[in-house]
Each structure stands twice: as structure tokens, then as C-alpha cells.
Design a protein around this ligand. Structure first.
Ligand code: GLN
Length: 538
């Protein structure tokens, strides 16, 4: 049976529970163990799919089509293990399941309560299909003391009793602030947070102390004493210069060794930190830089395009260069300003998006990239906008549009059931895609002699999707005659997956989200190629 490691947070949020969990996963894997990562989110949304990126950051999509919290992206990037639907659960989903069962009469007339019905459902989820793993690391979202996270904390308390404390480890991540005015490090918030945790029945086994500066031994001793934790298990995590340093820093602090000691396990092989050291060195020492413009709607919140930012950084590492991501709000991008705003830009990227707002700015920027031969990557909505730009400005079909925001124009992009042929609805796959999202991993076939095929070096690729609208295949011939190739299609040839321009150094649009599959130790070829082209353009 797997051993379970629960990671809770205290004092404030955003301390890096996700990154700590992901780094621990890497270290345990590197020592020869099989690890799985899970996230339990306390909010009431059934999944993060409908949450605004402004509020909650990016929605991360798994191979099996789940819309999940962005922390699952960190997990995948650090551990290399592809997350599944069953790796992210929210309070909303738990309640939804329990209430559905109640309506079906499954509780046989009993009063349905948080304990045991909600907590039982949480425990079922924690354990679900985890038979092959040595460790399951479960991160509890939010911080201890929040009303919403209480059922989760209660469930993990019970869980430890159910499977035995020796198979369960509690890690608590807290803040140890430094007060500049008095030049002091303060342990009180940590003491209080642990007190809160203990009041609901959980004694942490390891405390990870996030701090701006190294924590002196006497302070660690104090935390150990007041929080009833072995001094060896009071671990500090001092702010790192790049997130890729995190596994190195936790290794130095012996987090993984303390975890193995707790479970009375031995390391099966030595940890390999070389890839992280190499990446950190490149990131911290590379002088050469290029500017990449990301033109989108959600530029104010940094986390809104988390995987994208990461994938671009991975591509840059591969090319031994640094990228400066210049975020431009598409809604504020005026036609008259395009030239000046994009003057020092080496590559233009239009990410995924929804709705009409900001489309004019995006289309103008694409036109600028196309005519001025600036490397361009359009992702999902970005590809759809590139299709509309080409139809309007090159094919001269001014009414070309997407039915997502204009029902009266010609739907070059639309719902698949809008293209009726011989009285029948054309279907791209087994599923009716009309009005529903195409989510998760789908295959695409790449055309011979295309740029995309050279980039991937394969005939068939699998990438993750998250969209409702599709590029209308019926205009393919017109596009291809005029220099825009549909270089990747769904296996049945109905859905355009990739477009590329012939007389342009690098102009590619993809209907999927390649950023979800890029990893620091295995950069995605599309991003490496885009950065390479942008570097050459400089
Ligand atoms: N809004 C577009 C669609 O639903 C694109 C979505 C996206 O970019 N992820 O098809």
C-alpha cells in the first residue's frame, strides 16, 4: 500500500506548498520511489474550469481532460508524472457527489452530515487508484484555520487513524517572518499555526519554515520545542532565486531523507540534482536576452498564463538565452500603437482566450507579425485569430469571423455542427462537439514536408485541448492556395489542428495547448523552436 504524505499550510497562503510538494516528489522519485501528487481544494466550485484566470490563475488541463488547479502543472513539471482527473478534487465536487447520492437514496434515510458523509467521500478520493505508488503526496489548499478547509483537515486526521500513523506523514508549511525594523526573526506565527492544527487533532511531523533569510539554530530549537517536532524535522526554505533551485535547496535541508527516515525506508539510489543545477546555472548566468510579447486578456495576473510562461522559459533554457516576457493587454492595444509597442520584440505569442473583448488588438498584432515576418505562435484562440486575420486581410473576406463572438459573419471559426454538408452534420470524432468543450489529449497527424513535422520529428502527435470552437475545414483549399498550410489535422481529417505560413520564417498556430506538456527537464519542441526562431530574428 502507498504511504500518504499530507501537506498543509499555515499563517498565509502562497508560501509555495505546491512547489514544496513537487520538489519532494522529485527527490523521492530520484531516490527510486514511485510518487503521485494530489491536490484537495477547499473552494465550492465543482472544478476550476469556470473560474476566471484573473482570480485563480490558469486552468491546467490533464491528458484525461480534467480542468484542474494550476498546482497540478507544477507537479507534472517537477515530477514528470502526468496528472489525472482523480488527482484534483474540490469541496464543491465532494458535496456534489454526496448530494447526488442523497437524492438517489443511497444513505438509506440517514441524516447526511459533514462527518461522516463528506469526510468519508474525501477519504475515498485520497485513496482512489493509488495502488502502484510508494507515496501519494496530498496538498491541502488554503491555510489551516480557514472554515472551508476544515472538512479536509478532519478527513486527513481520520485517514491517519484508518491506515495507521506509521503510513501517514503530516508536513506543515509556515511563514517565519523577518522584521526589518527590529532586525529579528519571528517564530510566533508558526507556533500559532501549529497550535491551530493541533487543536483540530493533527500534530505535524515535519515543519517547513519559509523565510526570507536563514533561520538561526536557536530559532529552530524554539520552533522544535514549542511545536513538539524533532529539531531535524524543522526544515527551512529560504527564498530561492529561481523555482528550479527548489529541489536543490530541499535536498540540502534533507527533507527527503527525513521523510524516508520517518517511514523507516532507505534510499534506493543517490539523488541526481545535475539537471536542476544545469538549469539554474543557465537561468542565473545567461546574459543574452530576447523580448517575447504575450498579447492576451489576462495579463495583469502573472499566474493566468503559468504553464505558458514556464514553457517559454524551458524553450529559452534549451537555447541558452533569457526571455523577457512582455505582457500586453490586448484590450488596450490600439492599431496606431502596434508598431511602437512591438518595436523591440523578437517573437509574438497570442495565447488561449475566450470572448470578444480584445480580439481586434490580437488580430492587428497577428497582421503585424505576418507582414513583418516576426516569429509568431498562436495557441488555441491565437490560432483561431490567425485564421480570421488571414481570411480578412489576405483572402479579402472582410466578414470572416468566429461564431463565438459574431453570429452574423462568415464562420471561419465556429461550432462544428454549424458546418452542415449534404444536410448532415459533420462530426470530427465520436463525440458531438457542438456546444461542449473538447478537453484533454487528442491526436493530430502532421503533413509531410511541413515545418511542424520537422519540429516534432513525428507523424502523429498527442496534445491537450481546451476549446469549444474549431477552425472550419471547408476553407482549407483557399488558405493553402494563398500560402497558409493546414499542416496538422485530426486523424479523420476533419479538424484543423495546426496552421503554418509558407513564406514566413516562423508562423505557426496550434489548436491545442502545447504549454501543458513542457517540462524543465524535457522542454517542448514547439517552444524551443519558437525561441530559436525569435533568437535568430533578434
Ligand atoms: N474560445 C475559444 C474556444 O472555445 C478558444 C479557447 C482557448 O483558447 N482555450 O474555442
Amino acid at each position: 500500500m502507498a504511504r500518504f504524505i499530507f501537506v498543509t499550510g499555515g499563517v498565509v497562503s502562497s508560501l509555495g506548498k505546491g512547489l514544496s510538494s513537487a520538489s519532494l516528489a522529485y527527490l523521492l522519485q530520484s531516490r527510486g520511489y514511485k510518487v503521485r501528487l494530489r491536490k484537495l481544494d477547499p473552494y465550492l466550485n465543482v472544478d476550476p474550469g469556470t473560474m476566471s484566470p484573473f482570480q485563480h490563475g490558469e486552468v491546467f488541463v490533464t491528458d484525461d481532460g480534467a480542468e484542474t488547479d494550476l498546482d497540478l502543472g507544477h507537479y507534472e513539471r517537477f515530477s514528470g508524472v502526468s496528472a489525472k482527473k482523480s488527482d484534483n478534487i474540490t469541496t464543491g465536487k465532494i458535496y456534489n457527489d454526496v448530494l447526488k447520492n442523497e437524492r438517489k437514496g443511497k444513505y438509506l434515510g440517514k441524516t447526511v452530515q459533514v462527518i461522516p458523509h463528506i469526510t468519508d467521500r474525501i477519504k475515498e478520493f485520497i485513496k482512489k487508484d493509488s495502488f502502484k505508488e510508494d507515496f501519494v503526496i496530498c496538498e491541502i489548499g488554503g491555510i489551516v484555520g480557514d472554515i472551508e478547509s476544515l472538512p479536509f483537515v478532519e478527513a486527513i486526521r481520520q485517514f491517519a487513524n484508518d491506515i495507521g500513523k506509521k503510513n501517514t506523514l503530516f508536513i506543515h508549511l509556515t511563514l517565519v517572518p523577518y522584521l526589518r525594523s527590529s532586525d529579528e526573526i519571528k517564530t510566533k506565527p508558526t507556533q500559532h499555526s501549529v497550535k491551530e492544527l493541533r487543536s483540530i487533532g493533527i500534530q505535524p511531523d515535519i515543519i517547513i519554515c519559509r523565510s526570507e533569510r536563514p533561520i538561526p539554530l536557536e530559532h529552530r530549537k524554539k520552533i522544535s520545542l514549542f511545536c513538539n517536532v524533532d529539531i531535524k524535522n524543522v526544515i527551512e526554505t529560504v527564498d530561492v532565486k529561481t523555482i528550479y533551485e527548489a529541489p536543490i535547496s530541499f535536498f540540502k535541508e534533507k527533507l527527503d531523507i527525513q521523510v524516508l527516515n520517518y517511514f523507516k525506508l532507505k534510499s534506493k539510489k543517490p539523488v541526481n540534482l545535475n539537471p536542476w543545477k544545469k538549469i539554474t546555472k543557465i537561468i542565473l548566468n545567461t546574459r543574452n536576452q530576447i523580448n517575447i510579447a504575450i498579447i492576451g486578456k489576462y495579463v495583469e495576473l502573472k499566474d493566468a498564463y503559468k504553464s505558458l510562461d514556464e514553457a517559454l522559459t524551458h524553450g529559452a533554457i534549451e537555447n541558452n538565452i533569457k526571455v523577457n516576457l512582455i505582457r500586453i493587454d490586448s484590450e488596450k492595444l490600439k492599431v496606431s500603437e502596434i508598431r511602437s509597442k512591438l518595436r523591440n520584440i523578437s517573437g509574438i505569442l497570442i495565447p488561449g482566450g475566450f470572448g470578444k473583448r480584445g480580439t481586434d488588438g490580437k488580430i492587428e498584432a497577428i497582421k503585424y507579425a505576418r507582414l513583418n515576418k516576426i516569429p509568431f505562435l498562436g495557441i488555441c484562440y491565437g490560432m483561431q485569430m490567425a485564421i480570421i486575420e488571414f481570411a480578412r486581410n489576405k483572402l479579402n473576406i472582410k466578414k470572416a469571423t468566429s461564431s463565438e463572438f459574431d453570429k452574423k459573419g462568415i464562420p471561419f471559426v465556429g461550432l462544428i455542427n454549424e458546418w452542415i454538408k449534404d444536410g448532415k452534420i459533420i462530426k470530427g470524432t465520436d463525440k458531438d462537439l457542438g456546444g461542449t468543450m473538447r478537453l484533454g489529449s487528442y491526436e493530430a497527424r502532421l503533413k509531410e514536408n511541413s515545418i511542424i513535422k520537422k519540429i516534432y520529428g513525428k507523424n502523429i502527435i498527442k496534445e491537450r485541448h481546451r476549446h469549444r470552437y474549431e477552425v472550419n475545414i471547408n476553407y482549407r483549399e483557399k488558405f493553402e492556395k494563398n500560402g497558409m498550410l493546414f499542416s496538422g489535422l485530426s486523424p479523420d481529417g476533419v479538424l484543423p489542428e495546426i496552421i503554418e505560413l509558407k513564406n514566413h520564417p516562423w508562423f505557426i498556430g496550434v489548436q491545442f495547448h502545447p504549454e501543458f506538456k513542457s517540462r524543465p527537464l524535457d522542454p517542448h519542441p514547439l517552444f524551443s523552436s519558437f525561441i530559436k526562431a525569435s533568437k535568430n530574428h533578434k
